[in-house]
Ligand binder design. Structure first.
Ligand code: ZN
Ligand code: ZN
Length: 248
């Protein structure tokens, strides 16, 4: 009987480990850390992971001087007020976000949302609702979820605001990775629709994405929302910094 009980306990623990993985490892590089509850990342990752220093006041990308707008934001009309990205999409942060986006590491949504929350809470943003960048049904089927939606739902809990699905991706866009800003914007045009205009009339929204690069996707979403909403703020867990401002 004792053997049986210990077997059950083992199976039970294994089950708990799978369902609630023991959080003792750095959420970026997986190395063992001491006080996960205080800080879920290791000292080495902390050195490069956070988006600090001179950044574009509109899109949060790295720039040379403080308090300036990057060339990308200067040359394209922005439909959002400001974009907030706490992490740099680099090294282990990048791998960790890729597992969150494509390899079912959904449990990271909680940690990432907390990092976003900590990054923007002092800004004292006033907004009514949270919404997110939509995924096409084919991508949702492949992944099993929309990562931006998971982040938005966690943020809704932290900010104590309602989260609504307001945009729908009606056609699949080509991979955005190797396209420049104009190609991305063109690629996105007409690929999304607004599903609930009445709800957002005169409201301020926080639009959530997973990673931003040129802001083309977030900007297209903001454009649609802005037809009815008063203001749009954008947030994504990580910033894929533009290599040179002229590039986009
Ligand atoms: Zn680490
Ligand atoms: Zn910018």
């Amino acid at each position: 009987m004792n053997k049986f009980l210990s077997f059950c306990k083992k199976i039970g623990n294994k089950f708990l480990d799978i369902v609630f993985p023991l959080n003792t490892k750095c959420i970026f590089c997986n190395s063992e850390i001491v006080d996960f509850d205080k800080k879920p990342y290791c000292d080495d990752c902390e050195k490069y992971a956070f988006n600090k220093g001179a950044k574009c006041i509109k899109c949060d990308t790295r720039i040379k001087e403080e308090n300036k707008i990057c060339d990308n934001c200067k040359s394209h009309k922005r439909y959002f007020e400001k974009c907030f990205c706490p992490l740099n999409y680099e090294k282990a942060v990048r791998s960790s976000i890729l597992s969150f986006k494509d390899s079912n590491a959904k449990y990271l949504a909680k940690n990432f949302a907390k990092i976003i929350f900590e990054y923007i809470k002092d800004e004292n943003l006033q907004f009514d609702y949270i919404t997110f960048v939509p995924s096409h049904k084919t991508s949702i089927k492949r992944r099993g979820y929309n990562p931006a939606k998971l982040l938005a739902e966690e943020l809704a809990l932290l900010f104590d605001k309602p989260c609504f699905e307001l945009l729908q991706k009606v056609s699949q866009t080509k991979a955005q990775k190797n396209l420049n800003y104009n190609e991305r914007a063109k690629n996105l045009e007409n690929s999304m629709i607004l599903t609930n205009a009445k709800l957002i009339k005169g409201k301020t929204l926080l639009l959530v994405d997973d990673v931003v690069t040129t802001c083309a996707t977030a900007n297209q979403c903001a454009k649609l929302l802005k037809n009815y909403a008063k203001k749009i703020y954008v947030t994504a867990v990580a910033r894929n910094h533009l290599k040179t401002e002229k590039q986009n």
